[in-house]
Ligand binder design. Structure first.
Ligand SMILES: Nc1ncnc2c1ncn2[C@@H]1O[C@H](COP(=O)(O)OP(=O)(O)OP(=O)(O)O)[C@@H](O)[C@H]1O
Ligand SMILES: [Mg+2]
Length: 343
C-alpha cells in the first residue's frame, strides 16, 4: 500500500515516520510562463505541465530530454528559484511549495538545504567578485560558518575539496578554465552544507576530457556527504552512469521513469527508444537494420502542445486514438512507469 502523500505531513515533519524515505516529493508541478506578445499573447508556455516524482535520500535521479522540454524549469521550480504555477513540492516532509505562492513558506527557508549547480559556469559566477567572495557569499547571507576567520577557513577547505588551490580565493572567475569555474560553482553550492543539489547539465559546457573528472567528483561528494541529486543532462549515457533512476521528459511531461539500467536495457516509451538509439545515420535501410529510430521534426511548441499524447506528432507507432486522450504514467513493472497507450 503506498503511503498517502501529504496527508501525514505532520508525522513526517516530526521525523517519526521512517517509512517514507523520500527526501523530495514533487506532485503535479506546473510552470506556465506568460507569452508577452505576438499571435499567442493570450496563451502561456506550458514549460512544465504536471510533473510528479520523488527522490530518496542519497539517491540520484537523472532527468533527460531534448532542449526546451522543461528540464531547467522543473529544477528551478523545485527550488523555487522561479515560482511554480501549481502543484506541490515537499522536502524532508515539509512543504516548499503548496499549491499557491501565498500558502507556501518563504523560499529562503530551504535555500541552505537545496542548492543548484548551473550549466554555464562562467555566466553563473559574478565576474566582479573574487572566488573567495563567491564561495563565502552564501555563508554571509545565511550568517553561518562562524566569524570572519572561520568563514575564510571554510572557504579554503571548500576550494581544496573541489580540487582548487587555496590561493585561488583571491583571483577572479575569468582567470580560470571552464572546468575550474565549474569547480568554483560546486564549492559555492557546497558552502551552505546542502542535502539536495540540482545539477543542471553541470558538464555540458565542458571539454570531454574534463567531464568525467567533474562527474567523479560529484559522485565522491555524494558518498562522502550523503547528498541527493537531481542530475539533468541531454545525454542519456551521462545520466545512466551517475543515476540510480532516470526520468525522461518530453514537452513538459515525464513520459518514462525507471531504474537507470532497466531503462537502458528495456526502454518502453518510443521517445526513450529514440534517445537511446544512436545519432541518426543517412541510409534508412541501414538504420532499420540497426533498429535506429529517427526522430522527425522539432519539438512542438510548448505554447500549443499537441492534444492527447504530446509525442504523437513525432511518434513512429502513434495511432489516431493517441490524439484523443493524454496517456497517464502507469507502472508496467515494479518501479518502471511509462506514459504511452500503445504499450
Ligand atoms: N523565463 C521564461 N519565459 C518564457 N518562456 C520560458 C522561460 N524559461 C523557459 N521558457 C520556455 O520553457 C520551455 C522549457 O525551457 P527549459 O529551459 O526549461 O528547457 P530545458 O529542457 O532546460 O532546455 P535545455 O536543454 O536547452 O537547457 C521552453 O519552451 C522555453 O522557451
Ligand atoms: Mg536547461
Amino acid at each position: 500500500m503506498p503511503e498517502p502523500n501529504g496527508v501525514n505531513g505532520m508525522n513526517d515533519m516530526s521525523g517519526m515516520n521512517h517509512k517514507n524515505a523520500n527526501l523530495l516529493e514533487v506532485d503535479g508541478l506546473k510552470k506556465y510562463f506568460p507569452v508577452k506578445n505576438g499571435l499567442f499573447a493570450a496563451k502561456r508556455v506550458q514549460a512544465v505541465d504536471g510533473v510528479s516524482l520523488s527522490i530518496a535520500k542519497g539517491e540520484t535521479l537523472g532527468l533527460v530530454g531534448e532542449s526546451g522540454c522543461g528540464k531547467s524549469t522543473l529544477g528551478r521550480s523545485i527550488l523555487r528559484l522561479i515560482e511554480p504555477t501549481a502543484g506541490t513540492v515537499r522536502f524532508g516532509g515539509e512543504t516548499v511549495f503548496g499549491g499557491s505562492a501565498a500558502k507556501s513558506p518563504n523560499p529562503n527557508r530551504f535555500r541552505r538545504k537545496m542548492q543548484i549547480i548551473f550549466q554555464d559556469p562562467s555566466a553563473s559566477l559574478d565576474p566582479r567578485m573574487t572566488v573567495g567572495e563567491i564561495v563565502r557569499e552564501a555563508l554571509d547571507i545565511h550568517n553561518i560558518g562562524g566569524g570572519r576567520k572561520e568563514r575564510a577557513e571554510r572557504v579554503r577547505e571548500l576550494l581544496s575539496r573541489v580540487g582548487l588551490n587555496t590561493e585561488h580565493a583571491n583571483r577572479y572567475p575569468h582567470e580560470f578554465s571552464g572546468g575550474q569555474q565549474q569547480r568554483i560553482g560546486i564549492a559555492r553550492a557546497l558552502a551552505v552544507d546542502p542535502s539536495f543539489i540540482v545539477c543542471d547539465e553541470p558538464i555540458s559546457a565542458l571539454d570531454v576530457s574534463i567531464q568525467s573528472q567533474i562527474v567523479n567528483m560529484l559522485e565522491d561528494m555524494q558518498k562522502e556527504l550523503g547528498l541527493t541529486y537531481l542530475f539533468i543532462a541531454h545525454d542519456l549515457s551521462v545520466v545512466k552512469h551517475i543515476s540510480d533512476r532516470v526520468a525522461v521528459m518530453y514537452l513538459g511531461k515525464v513520459v518514462e521513469l525507471s531504474n537507470a539500467d532497466e531503462l537502458h536495457l528495456h526502454p518502453l516509451h518510443p521517445y526513450t527508444k529514440t534517445l537511446i538509439s544512436a545519432a541518426p545515420i543517412p541510409d534508412p535501410r541501414k538504420s532499420r537494420a540497426n533498429k535506429r529510430i529517427i526522430l522527425e521534426g522539432d519539438l512542438p511548441s510548448a505554447i500549443d502542445p499537441p492534444s492527447g499524447c504530446r509525442f504523437r506528432t513525432r511518434c513512429p507507432i502513434a495511432k489516431p486514438s493517441c490524439a484523443a486522450a493524454e496517456p497517464p504514467l502507469r507502472e508496467v513493472s515494479p518501479g518502471h512507469t511509462v506514459a504511452c497507450s500503445m504499450i
